[in-house]
Design a protein around this ligand. Structure first.
Ligand SMILES: Cc1cc2nc3c(=O)[nH]c(=O)nc-3n(C[C@H](O)[C@H](O)[C@H](O)COP(=O)(O)O)c2cc1C
Ligand SMILES: O=C(O)C(=O)c1ccccc1
Length: 388
């Protein structure tokens, strides 16, 4: 059996059954368990936790099981491709790594390890404003690989402009503005830990390296960290934002702008009217408003409102290849992966992130082929999905 197994070419991402990275950690649930065993409760809860009682997190998962795939047979699926084109970039798969802040809480190399893993697979990496390495350091480890910058729109507009100009100079090719976090939600676990993520690991180094941020401080952060943290807390989010304010950024960059955190079709319309080039349907992995609509349920009405004018991406709850297939079949252009790659990072740094992504893409490749599709562009909802 082994000999036969050795010769089986079962995916473009894995050459043979003996070449599976981390064969003892195949499912995301196993990675999660292993990560939990390595991390302090505080670090694990930061990554794993959701808002309120975790209803949204559960709904995100349940929504995928409401749709069923009806596979097609005998459609010559030997040669397959997961490639897509997004904002003039050919990407190897409809997958990006979601922006995740303060990754050095789970691993010393934090964002550098994740960005290296992404670059090695040519998967785009979205760097968070709240990164524990600077935008420049992250860019430096990625060569020419595609990277986007996720902006938390600060109360200080000069700081906002500074982030965008730093991102442009460091070769980030799109700006993702996150709308759903003008303030941090009621997160019960974090509150129990009295947890401030930016105090751990390398903290919020990306803010601490910004000239505008530093210009507000009397002493360098090293000499007076409490003042730096207090400033961050004051400037982090701006709850006065309205869609018209998007003009500020629309006029200050030529990069494509995607708005992340859209769930309502009317907000999708406002996004486009105000100059957005893309939409990310997201509920922040269930970390902001508990009890929100699952992202897969929000996707069809948002797509109807968008009517093909801009690409629509989705995140929150992606754990299996079939989840990606379903999102694509409903009309998403691509998906973002969140917590799973952070579990890989916690277990094994760069290698762990790479293994998680390879497993997921191998699963997607097999699921797509077995459902009767050779390419992402062929997948549609014509014969693929029924809602139970
Ligand atoms: C620990 C953690 C930190 C996050 N930090 C950010 C962030 O800095 N910026 C942002 O836009 N989203 C952030 N998110 C949300 C992710 O980008 C993404 O929307 C979410 O994780 C997707 O859900 P999933 O984890 O179920 O895949 C964070 C999520 C987690 C789990
Ligand atoms: O925890 C989060 O979801 C998040 O978005 C964030 C924001 C700022 C710092 C660290 C994480």
């Amino acid at each position: 059996m082994d000999n036969i197994g050795n010769q089986v070419q079962f995916s473009i991402y894995q050459t043979s059954l003996t070449d599976i990275p981390y064969p003892h950690l195949i499912s995301i649930e196993e990675w999660e368990k292993k990560a939990q065993s390595k991390l302090s409760p505080l670090a694990f809860d930061y990554v794993h936790g959701g808002a309120g009682c975790g209803e949204t997190m559960q709904k995100n998962r349940d929504a995928f099981t409401k749709w069923s795939i009806i596979p097609r047979m005998w459609r010559n699926v030997e040669q397959r491709s997961l490639q897509i084109n997004l904002f003039q970039n050919n990407l190897p798969a409809p997958l990006l790594l979601a922006p995740i802040g303060v990754q050095s809480i789970v691993h010393d190399e934090g964002e550098l390890a994740s960005a290296r893993a992404a670059a090695s697979l040519h998967i785009p990496y979205i760097a968070s404003t709240a990164s524990s390495y600077t935008l420049e350091e992250i860019a430096n480890v990625m060569g020419n690989s595609v990277r986007w910058f996720q902006l938390y729109w600060s109360k200080d507009e000069e700081l906002v402009k500074s982030f965008i100009s730093r991102a442009e100079k460091s070769g980030y090719s799109a700006i993702v503005i996150t709308l759903d976090t003008p303030m941090m939600a009621w997160r019960e676990k974090d509150l129990q830990h009295a947890h401030l993520p930016f105090l751990h690991g390398k903290g919020i180094a990306n803010y601490l390296a910004d000239p505008i941020f530093l210009s507000h401080l009397k002493k360098p952060p090293k000499e007076d960290m409490p003042s730096a943290i207090a400033l961050w807390t004051r400037l982090f989010g701006d709850a006065t934002l309205t869609f018209e304010r998007l003009k500020l950024i629309r006029e200050s960059t030529r990069l494509p702008i995607l708005l992340k955190g859209i769930l309502h079709p009317d907000d999708a319309e406002l996004a486009i009217q105000n100059g957005a080039n893309g939409i990310i349907v997201s509920n922040h992995g269930g970390r902001q408003v508990d009890g929100t609509i699952a992202t897969l349920d929000a996707l069809p009405p948002v797509l109807a409102a968008v009517n093909h004018r801009v690409p629509v991406l989705l995140d929150s709850g992606i754990r299996r290849g079939s989840d990606i297939l379903k999102a694509i079949a409903l009309g998403a252009s691509a998906v973002l992966l969140g917590r799973p790659y952070i579990y890989g990072l916690a277990v094994s740094g760069e290698e762990g992130v790479r293994a998680v992504v390879r497993h997921l893409l191998a699963d997607l490749d097999l699921t797509m082929g077995l459902a009767g599709y050779r390419a992402i562009q062929e997948i549609s909802n014509d014969c693929l999905l029924v809602k139970n």
